[in-house]
Write a protein that binds this ligand. Sequence first.
Ligand code: PMT
Length: 408
Amino acid sequence: MGPEKIVNVLQGKKIILGVCGGIAAYKAADLCRLLVKEGARVHVIMTRSGREFITPLTLSTLSGNPVLTDTFDSEDRNPLVHIEVAEGADLLLIAPATANIIGKLAAGIADDLLTTTALAVTCPALVAPAMNVNMYAKAVVQENLALLQKRGWGIIEPEEGILACGAEGKGRLASLSAIMASVRRTLSVQDFAGRRILVTAGGTREPLDPVRFLSNRSSGKMGYALARAAWERGARVILVSAAPGLEPPWGVEIYQVETAAEMAERVLELFPYVDVVIKAAAVADFRPAQPVPEKIKKGGREFLTVTLEPTVDILAELGKRKEKQILVGFAAETDRALEHGAQKMKAKNVDLMVVNDVTREGAGFGTDTNQVTLLYPDGRREELPLLPKLEVAHQILDAIKALPALAE
Ligand code: PMT
C-alpha cells in the first residue's frame, strides 16, 4: 500500500486572488498555479491596471474559472457579482497589492470590483504589497498598512532586493514560498498559537580532519516537516539544523550547526525559553577524539585507527534539566524497535517517543515518507501508517497537543 494522500489545508478552499497593476502582476500567474495545485478553488479578480500587465486569459486558464473584472466592464453587467464571489470565500489574497489599493482599502473606498469585494467578504484577508522602495517607505503607505493590520488584515511583507525600476531596497513582492506559507498558516487551525517549539533536524558531522567527517544518512526532511507544520499551526518555531542542503520552511527562526557539540550548545541555550523540544535530528553518539589539523595522508599505511569518544547526549541532558517543557524524542532503530525505543524514552525522560524502524520500506533516512510508532510513558502506543513526512509531522503535533502537560 502506498502512502496515504496528504491532508492539505488548501484542499477545496475558495480563495479570491486579487491582482493589481504592477510589474509583479506576472508572478500572480505562478501563485495562482500553486494555489490550484494544492487543491484551492481560485477566483481571480483583476483591477483595470492589473489587466495592463497580465491578461485575464492567463489567469482564467490557470485558475479554471472566469476572471472577474470591474463590475460594469463585464458583459452581463451583474451588479451583485461582488456579493456572489464573496459568498463562501475562505480567504481573500491580494497579490501583488499596489499603494493605490492599500490606500483604498484603508480608507474604505469601494469603487471597483476588488474593493467592493474586500468589503463584502467575511473571511480572513491578506495583502502582499509590491512597489518601488520609496513608495513603500512613504509614511502614508506604512500608516495604511498599519491600519489594515489593526483591522485584522494579514500583511505579507515585501522582500529587499533589486526592483523592476532599478532601485534597490524593500518593495519586491514576497517570494511565492512566503506567500504560500502565509496562506496555509492563515487557513490552518492555530492550535499552537503562543507556543514556542524547538525542532532539531539533520545529521551532525564530526570532523576527522579538515576535509573529512563522520556522519549519518539523515537528510533533515523529517525535522523540517515538523518545523513547517508547527509554524503553520501558529507556533513560534526555532529550527536547529544540521542539514545544510534544505531550504528552511518559511517563518521559522533557523540556526545552522555542524557538530553534536554545536547542536548541544545551541539547544541547551534555547531550552529555558521554549515550551516543546522535538529532537528529530540524528546526532552522532561518538566523534573522533582527536581531529587532526591537517589532512590525514595515506602515507603507505595499511590501517588507520581512529579513536572515538562519546558526544553529549543532548536529549538526555534536556531530560535532566526539564521543568515544564515537553520533550519529544525520536528513536531510529534497526532491530527490536519498540523495545529499544521504550528504553530510550525512560532513560532520557521524554514525554513522547517517536519510534522509527528505519529498516522499513519508505521509512527513515532520506525518504519523503515515514512510518513511525508513538510511545507514551504510560505504556500506550499508537502505530501510524506509512505517510508523507509532513503528515507524520501533523500527527506528532496532534499527539503533543493531547499531552496533559500541554493541555494545562
Ligand atoms: O532526516 P531524515 O532523512 O528525514 O530522516 C529522519 C530520521 C530517521 C533521522 C528521524 O526520523 C529519526 O529517527 N531521528 C532520530 C535519529 C537518532 O539519532 O536516533 P537515536 O535513537 O540515535 O537517538 C535517540 C534520540 O536521542 C533522538 O531524538 C536524538 O536526537 C537524541 N540524541 C542522540 C544522541 C545524542 N548525542 N544526542 C541526542 O540528543
